[in-house]
Design a protein around this ligand. Structure first.
Ligand code: TYD
Length: 208
């Protein structure tokens, strides 16, 4: 199996509790073992400004309008794009992201009711039309993924299961609309089983 020499721009998505962070780590290690240079980033976050915005998004105690929430995610992402993603791709490094614009579509669109087409338009503008080549959505039933969250839930995680059902449905619908770039990865099973599904999907997409 040979991956192309050009930099890969990959993103893992999915509900909270689907094991994204663990799978991002395994994916980065695998790419590095193949001799590739990899930059990992977490959306929102990964820049000084992005971390401040992330804190607001996860910890703000007052009421936050969904449009404000969306705009804050866009703001953090725009900063990350300029500071982290674009320079990495320019230097020939792969980029692995823990979430990106599809999360805004699923959470603020399907979950919270903002118009999905308009989020795509505004989100692409905020992200300078730069989208991952491949988005892998870790998919798990809501009661299972929520059951995996332990400890105190943050502002986003404390929403009810009906909200997360709509978010999950959003990921699934968007994948069926864009099967070339958005692929569903069943997230049940142990971490190495899920990791091998991810590798397989990447190989299918990029093997040359
Ligand atoms: P985070 O702790 O990064 O969650 P996880 O580890 O599950 O990725 O918190 C990000 C939260 O913000 C998570 O609940 C998903 C949500 N989110 C949105 O609602 N819209 C977005 O555009 C993004 C990027 C995240």
């Amino acid at each position: 199996m040979v991956l192309p020499p050009r930099p890969l721009f990959l993103c893992l998505e999915g509900l909270d509790g689907t094991g994204k962070s663990t799978q991002c780590e395994l994916l980065v290690s695998w790419l590095e073992r193949l001799g590739r240079k990899v930059v990992f980033a977490r959306d929102p976050g990964s820049t000084g400004l992005g971390l401040e915005i992330r804190r607001l998004l996860l910890e703000y105690k007052g009421n936050m309008a969904t449009g404000c929430e969306m705009a804050l995610f866009f703001a953090a992402r725009a900063q990350m794009l300029e500071e982290v993603i674009r320079p990495a791709l320019k230097e020939g490094r792969d980029v692995v992201l823990d979430r990106y614009l599809l999360s805004t579509i699923a959470y603020q669109g399907y979950g919270a009711g903002l118009d999905v087409d308009r989020i795509w338009q505004a989100g692409l503008f905020a992200a300078s039309d730069l989208l991952p080549q491949l988005i892998l959505v870790l998919d798990l039933a809501v009661n299972v993924s929520m059951g995996r969250l332990n400890g105190i839930r943050d502002r986003m995680e404390s929403r009810g299961n009906a909200y997360f059902d709509s978010v999950r449905n959003g990921f699934l619908q968007e994948a069926s609309k864009n099967p070339e770039t958005i692929r569903i990865i069943p997230a049940e099973g142990d971490r190495l089983t899920v990791h091998s599904r991810i590798r397989q999907e990447i190989c299918n997409a990029f093997n040359e």
